[in-house]
Design a protein around this ligand. Structure first.
Ligand code: G
Ligand code: G
Ligand code: MN
Ligand code: NA
Length: 255
């Protein structure tokens, strides 16, 4: 309970906010976006993982507030990129299953986009594959459809770990599969991994979906994913998540 109280306080005093991890096109090597990842920079403990504080915030019913803080920070970052004249087209924001159950979510997102004067396609909504696999409740389905209609991009996160049906991928107008790290690991050295990635990429191609491999840790994995035809890569091998103030210099150094 003490930890949950501290997390709630951190959320209000600005200690919790988004860091950003770049996403790269395998064709051009250019940055096509960043994923916003919640971080708690604790004055004593140092960096606290979202794996620890998300459950605490959820228990305290503060997940919605976290979502506001991260979305606000992420869209503000896009404005800063635009102002700096760098090209980093989209920001990806993770939405927890509980947030997707809030009927006000699409309105809130539209309102934030308006407030920043940003086109909806600048925001990529990351939804876990598991959310669309098990028949999602009506509100979740309505929310995803509304965000799609608004023009936000939809990424299916941790793809390969759930059981999204092809019909659900279609129905929710998913644009990109974020292939789970478990398939990416050692893909340059393991033929079994190559077959799995190749299968996912073939399916994506046939369905007209874009692809991104997550958790790319080595140059060998990066090169193999490019050869196999994966559209984008993200992972420690390209860059670790970085604080907002480092993103502009990072993009400038990677043009
Ligand atoms: O960045 P890291 O690997 O530590 O993230 C751990 C988990 O927390 C991941 O599953 C990630 O999707 C999730 N996560 C990170 N930031 C956010 C956020 O802003 N909102 C939600 N709902 N989940 C997040
Ligand atoms: O669930 P989601 O895919 O949103 O989680 C992303 C998480 O993966 C982030 O917490 C991020 O810190 C972590 N991550 C990003 N790149 C790598 C990587 O190359 N290796 C590992 N192990 N984790 C990574
Ligand atoms: Mn994600
Ligand atoms: Na993921």
């Amino acid at each position: 309970a003490a930890f949950a109280d501290a997390a709630c306080e951190a959320l209000e005093n600005g200690q919790i906010g988004p860091w950003f991890q770049p996403q790269i096109s395998t064709d051009t090597g250019k940055v096509t976006g960043f994923e916003a990842l919640a971080r708690w920079n604790h004055p004593v403990r140092g960096m606290v993982s979202p794996a620890e504080f998300l459950p605490a915030l959820e228990q305290a019913s503060r997940l919605e507030r976290l979502g506001e803080v991260i979305l606000h920070g992420a869209l503000g970052m896009v404005k800063s990129w635009d102002a700096a004249g760098i090209d980093a087209p989209t920001v990806g924001v993770n939405f927890a299953p509980d947030e997707l159950r809030n009927p006000q979510l699409p309105e809130r997102i539209e309102w934030e986009l308006d407030r920043f004067g940003l086109a909806p396609e600048r925001l990529t909504v990351e939804i876990l594959e598991t959310v669309v696999s098990t028949a999602p409740d009506d509100t979740v389905a309505r929310n995803i459809a509304a965000l799609s209609r608004l023009g936000c991009r939809i990424d299916l996160d941790d793809f390969g770990t759930g059981h999204a049906s092809i019909s659900s991928i279609r129905r929710f107008d998913v644009q990109r599969l974020k292939i789970d790290r478990s398939f990416v690991m050692k893909v340059d050295r393991d033929p079994e991994q190559q077959r799995m990635i190749a299968t996912i990429l073939l399916m994506a191609e046939q369905l007209g979906l874009d692809t991104l491999a997550e958790g790319v840790e080595t140059a060998g994995e990066h090169a193999m994913l490019g050869q196999l035809g994966c559209g984008h890569v993200q992972g420690f091998g390209i860059a670790r998540p970085m604080p907002p103030e480092r993103t502009i210099d990072w993009v400038r150094a990677h043009l």
